[in-house]
Design a protein. Sequence first.
Length: 208
Amino acid sequence: MKKTLRLAVGVAGFVGLSLAGSVLSSSVPVVTPGVIAGALAQSPPPQIALPAPRAQRGIVDDPVAKRHRPKLRTVRTRFDALIESVASHHEVEPALVKAIVQAESSFNPNAVSRAGARGLMQVLPETASIFSVENLLDPQQNLQAGVQYLKHLIELFDGNVTMAVAAYNAGPSRVRRHRGVPPYNETRNYLTKVMGLRVAYADQLQDS
């Protein structure tokens, strides 16, 4: 478990985009950035709207993402439609979300870390409570909490995806303290993996 607010990745078998779409109509509430800020930080984050995606299935325009194209194993999973549906619903890149899911839990919906982070996006229970999510081992609920937290981080760092991914791993306070990616091997390796997978999955989504 990383030394921060981490998001647990939970995966249950949702097959097909139509199923994912119906799941989104559930009663899991959407928490605004202002409410998140009050729970996660002492000072509110900048209220910056996330830019609308230029492509329907994810954008890869970050310089770090373009530099990191390692030979990483990409997979197609039973959660792909659900990941794309939840991510698109919250205007977050599906390819980025899928990359984080793979890095965090390897698509294991029952993954639990020693620190208590759970599910697909390895979400901590205290983070989940901010989004009124109770069952982190349920893939849809886990993704709802994880994607909303990721969106909060992207907004917090003025749309800088690199900083947001580093904060997902090391925590926003450490990213602020170092005014960039913290000098931790774990965080830098994590960032390289996620950004490489982000590129690969964006290409995969465009080809599908």
